[in-house]
Write a protein that binds this ligand. Structure first.
Ligand code: C2O
Ligand code: CU
Ligand code: CU
Length: 490
């Protein structure tokens, strides 16, 4: 059963249906309660995975109607890429959109130089670009994802549907309790639903708040149904591919055991009631199916706080309607519960065993730290609004942090604003070593939430490869507004 995620490839996701000829049969993957389906999986062989990703706008089935979406190879999410440490990914990005785009490999510990995971590449409409991503030997196994990163249009492109999962597997995936589980890719998105490209447009107030869409989708489908058997182990790799929405996931009717957050697997499973995922974050959970019945995965909205009403030039251009509509904007109301998917278990059997130990922990002790930096996240700056890092907005010609290969640094990041911001660093994963809010963080991460006023200390080893890349807020509208800096490791 270990390869079940692969075997599920190609089932019904993302068929291209032109609006004029659409008839959506009942039970289609886009209606509530349809069978759970995954994006097609593309698997490396002989150390290589070669593919073309074509980014294009399409009309996809949605309920009994259709919706406008941005797709890779005709589906959203795009295909799941599966590879192993040491493999080479050769990816041709064909841009059939009407604006520039590019690719970022979120969470992969690979070089950001040249035609690897380089966020400064621009792929113009109608052109293509050949990426080559060498995954180092010894790269951690886990769940990663790809999405566009062309500054200024990242939020609309990701919210429109451009995202896909990446799975890196190593020997940990052969631990019997893990390989015997039923693996499922769960890419969460919340697009605006509509038939025209206007779904990608938002008000200035929505950009500042961080856009949230109309529906929570699982692999592009509304509230699908997973069918499983008692005595089996479910294993879910969950990716938050929303532009701005945070998820607070609960599974009523079954126990969840967290085995990984963004990066690398844990030493042992951790029983978890609530999974909090900021945009960009992932989680891998084991769910022993111990009794027959139905469980529902829900997400509860949280109040991310509000941008201040001062300091932004762009506030002047905001119309009256959106000013008064703010209370209703996404991310400001806590406690609304939305169903994400349901799981139906049948049969009988005894509970499957959890793995006792998974991976030795690799803490970064204090004596390794060579340098400490303080970073002000979202501080108010004159004229620039508050979507800044250290009082500055993004400039691709400026290097904000430069350091030497091999440096282990502590970054003490303080959120100076009145709303939550998830801090993300490309290429070099980190550990969260301190948090003023007190909440523990498990394992290695590449994205971490900062509540308003909170200070978080990251310990980040900038080793293995050199290059210039970015760190930013993963509320992608904030990134587009300039909440991003440049990091150069040489
Ligand atoms: Cu998913 Cu620069 O990020
Ligand atoms: Cu990233
Ligand atoms: Cu932000």
């Amino acid at each position: 059963m270990g390869a079940s995620g692969v075997a599920l490839a190609g089932c019904g996701m993302g068929r291209l249906v032109r609006p004029a000829r659409t008839t959506v049969p009942a039970g289609d993957a886009s209606t509530v309660g349809s069978p759970f389906a995954e994006p097609k999986a593309l698997v490396s062989s002989n150390g290589e995975l070669t593919l073309t990703l074509t980014a294009a706008a399409m009309s996809l089935p949605h309920g009994r109607s259709t919706r406008y979406a941005l797709t890779y190879n005709g589906s959203t999410p795009g295909p799941t890429l599966r590879a192993r440490p040491g493999d080479l990914l050769r990816i041709t990005l064909q841009n059939d959109l009407e604006e520039s785009t590019n690719l970022h490999f979120h969470g992969l510990g690979v070089t950001p130089a040249g035609n690897s995971d380089n966020p400064f590449i621009e792929v113009m409409p109608g052109t293509s670009f050949d990426y080559e991503i060498r995954i180092p030997k010894g790269h951690a196994s886990g769940t990663f994802w790809y999405h566009p990163h062309h500054h200024g249009v990242v939020a609309p492109q990701v919210a429109g549907g451009l995202a896909g999962a990446i799975v890196i597997e190593d020997d940990i995936d052969d631990i019997p309790e893990i390989s015997d589980s039923t693996e499922r890719i769960i890419v969460l998105s919340d697009p605006k639903i509509g038939d025209t490209p206007t779904i990608l447009e938002v008000t200035q107030a929505e950009r500042r708040q961080g856009r949230e869409g109309d529906a929570v989708l699982v692999n592009g489908a509304l509230q699908p149904m997973i069918e499983t058997t008692v005595g089996s182990m479910e294993r879910w790799r969950i990716v938050n591919a929303s532009a701005s929405r945070y998820y607070e996931l609960r599974l009523a009717g079954a126990d969840m055991y967290l085995i990984a957050t963004d990066q690398a697997r844990f030493a042992a499973p951790i029983n978890t009631d609530v999974l909090e995922l900021t945009p960009g974050q992932r989680a891998e959970v084991l769910i022993p199916i111990t009794s027959a019945g139905t469980s529902t995965l829900t997400t509860t909205s949280i109040n991310r706080g509000m941008m201040s009403m001062m300091g932004g030039n762009d506030m002047a251009g905001m119309d009256h309607g959106s000013m008064h509509g703010q209370a209703g904007l996404g991310g400001t109301v806590a406690g609304l519960v939305t169903d994400v998917l349901t799981m139906k278990a049948e049969g009988s059997g005894s509970a499957p065993p959890l793995p006792a130990s998974i991976r030795p922990d690799d803490p970064l002790t204090d004596d390794l730290v060579r340098r400490t930096r303080e970073i002000a996240f979202g501080a108010m700056a004159m004229g620039d609004g508050e979507f800044t890092i250290d009082g500055k907005t993004f400039d691709h010609d400026r290097i904000d942090i430069s350091t030497n290969l091999g440096a282990v640094e502590d970054w003490i990041i303080t959120n100076k604003s009145m709303m939550m911001h998830p801090f993300h660093v490309h290429a070099w994963p980190f550990r969260v070593v301190r948090r003023s809010g007190g909440k523990a963080d498990h394992g290695w991460r590449d994205t971490v939430n900062l509540a308003a006023g909170e200070t978080v200390t990251l310990r980040i080893p900038m080793d293995k490869y050199m290059g210039k890349t970015v760190y930013h807020c993963h509320i992608l509208d904030h990134e587009d507004l300039g909440m991003m800096g440049v990091l150069d490791v040489s």
